[in-house]
Design a binder for this molecule. Structure first.
Ligand code: HEM
Length: 275
């Protein structure tokens, strides 16, 4: 028989699933194992875990959006892409919390990290893959885990968000360079004149190409937020470690400034000068 307390709230869960069981909180909340006894290491662990959880949702929505656009279901993709952008804005807020970690506090436990670094974040690379930026270093890093390696390799070979957007331009009748349709998706996308021309026509004829125009603006949102995430990461890193080398082995801030140069959807930025 079900027991309720005096407020009518359920208290007997002998045969029923609880909130904690549904969310697997025992697994999630036992994953914060500090390697030092330094108080601030807890913040460092949780900020990474929270970011990885949000990345999981971003990937879930991005993959769904690629499928929706591929099927020509733009309305569904707009909802999914809007959720990606909102999640990106959340993930960026994490830098404000991390900024409360001072250089002296971080130095107390940094040695414990060894060579571990966000550089090895496989979800982050899968997001980059889904946005058409293909680097294969994570494939090497995760050779020791065959299941993960297979997932990463599959994501590496898949067409990205921009590839399906370009296919939509071609399906609408725009003269897209045939080399781009079914291109080698393991290569990072580079700008193409035929795509630029097509987007220019879309932006000059908004009403006629309303769906493509909306899609383009959603893509710009996503790239904009990603660059803002990269910028805040770079400045937070500078604030905490200055110009020291990263635990992953890169030059640190210099490397993070360099990646800011990469543009995911180049023509969508180029056309803005010409409109
Ligand atoms: C004290 C805090 C942090 C410091 C000092 C730091 C430092 C760095 C540095 C120096 C790099 C370049 C690679 C290397 O040499 O290690 C890097 C890369 C990276 N970090 Fe962080 N990071 C911090 C926090 C975070 C957080 C909270 C996340 C969230 C998941 C994160 C995710 C990443 C990612 C994804 C990369 C790869 C970036 C790329 O290759 O474009 N980092 N980090």
């Amino acid at each position: 028989m079900k027991e309720n307390n005096e407020n009518g709230i359920h208290t007997d869960f002998t045969n029923n699933m609880t909130y904690g069981e549904y969310l697997k909180l025992d697994q999630i909340l036992s994953g914060q194992q500090r390697l030092s006894d330094h108080h601030d290491e807890m913040l460092f662990i949780i900020i990474h875990q929270v970011s990885e959880l949000w990345m999981k949702l971003i990937l879930h929505e991005l993959h769904a959006a690629v499928d929706s656009i591929d099927k020509g279901d733009f309305q569904t993709s707009f909802k999914q892409l809007a959720r990606v952008s909102k999640t990106q804005s959340q993930i960026i807020q994490a830098w404000d919390v991390l900024s409360t970690l001072t250089p002296s506090e971080y130095m107390e436990f940094r040695d414990k990290l060894g060579q571990a670094s966000g550089f090895q974040s496989y979800q982050y690379r899968m997001i980059e893959f889904a946005l058409g930026y293909k680097t294969d270093h994570v494939l090497k890093i995760y050779q020791k885990d065959p299941v993960l390696l297979e997932q990463l390799t599959e994501a590496y070979k898949r067409p990205g968000l921009y590839d399906v957007a370009i296919n939509s331009l071609a399906n609408t009748g725009f003269a897209i360079n045939p080399d781009l349709v079914n291109r080698d998706y393991t290569q990072t996308y580079t700008a193409d004149e035929s795509v630029k021309k097509a987007w220019l026509t879309v932006y000059h004829n908004i009403e006629k190409y309303w769906d493509l125009y909306q899609l383009a603006e959603k893509l710009v949102d996503i790239e904009d937020w990603l660059q803002q995430w990269r910028f805040r990461h770079m400045k937070t890193v500078e604030r905490i470690i200055g110009f020291k080398r990263g635990t992953g082995g890169s030059s640190g801030v210099g490397y993070l400034k360099g990646v800011l140069e990469h543009r995911f959807f180049p023509e969508l930025w180029d056309i803005r000068t010409e409109l």
